[in-house]
Ligand binder design. Structure first.
Ligand SMILES: Nc1nc2c(c(=O)[nH]1)N[C@H]1C(S)=C(S)[C@@H](COP(=O)(O)O)O[C@H]1N2
Ligand SMILES: [Mo]
Length: 198
């Protein structure tokens, strides 16, 4: 008798917990959408928005020896890497799409070209801000890029399926090592700033 009472208690707990979970999932799904039902992260990609935000160069600035202004030709002159079947997943878990057969360069290669101003061996507390024309930003640390696998999976893409990136171009920064790739997916990329932690 005592044992069956315990079983009933355990079952009730699971039923209640499951119901709560479902409520919070629905809330989250609704929260992601605006009044028109559009996902909050999606932007209107009409021709005027594309035209206004498309970047033609990337400025590399801050704590670097070589200030760089990279355009499509100077990016193409760098060692290229291929990125296949890259999925964009929002922080909320919603799949936002995928990009097939992209070409790009490693963020690490760009920073090596710019040369971070390290005053001495232990001077390595830098953060790198990748910024877009609409001021969307993603942040990386020196340790992630130069002393972690993330550095081998953070790219500045300039080509999709053999063609220049149009809608969200000309440069898209991605980190394929992230659990959810959306937050550090920066389209319309036009700036990479290196800052020293103070
Ligand atoms: N420049 C720029 N990049 C951005 C955003 C933005 O508003 N501006 N939104 C981010 C968010 S919240 C997500 S989920 C993904 C969505 O990617 P997609 O619309 O290219 O699929 O892009 C990210 N990159
Ligand atoms: Mo997002």
């Amino acid at each position: 008798m005592k044992n069956s009472f315990k079983l009933v208690l355990i079952f009730s707990f699971f039923i209640v917990a499951n119901a709560c979970n479902q409520v919070s999932e629905t809330k989250e799904a609704n929260h992601e959408k605006d009044s028109t039902g559009k996902h909050q992260c999606s932007k209107d990609m009409d021709a005027a928005t594309q035209e206004k935000n498309r970047s033609s160069s990337i400025h590399v600035s801050g704590e670097v020896i070589n200030l760089l202004i990279l355009n499509i030709d100077s990016i193409k002159a760098m060692p290229a890497v291929e990125v296949k079947n890259y999925q964009v997943v929002c922080q909320s878990g919603t799949s936002m799409g995928e990009a097939k057969n992209c070409k790009g360069v490693l963020l690490k290669s760009i920073l090596e070209k710019a040369v971070i101003k390290q005053a001495h061996h232990k001077d390595r507390n830098f953060y790198i801000v990748a910024r877009a024309t609409d001021n969307y930003m993603a942040t990386f640390s020196w340790g992630e890029i130069f002393n972690n696998e993330t550095g081998n999976h953070t790219y500045v893409l300039f080509e999709e399926n053999g063609k220049p990136i149009i809608e969200k171009g000309a440069f898209v920064l991605v980190c394929t090592n992230d659990i959810k790739s959306g937050p550090r997916h920066v389209y319309w990329l036009n700036s990479i700033e290196v800052n020293r932690v103070k």
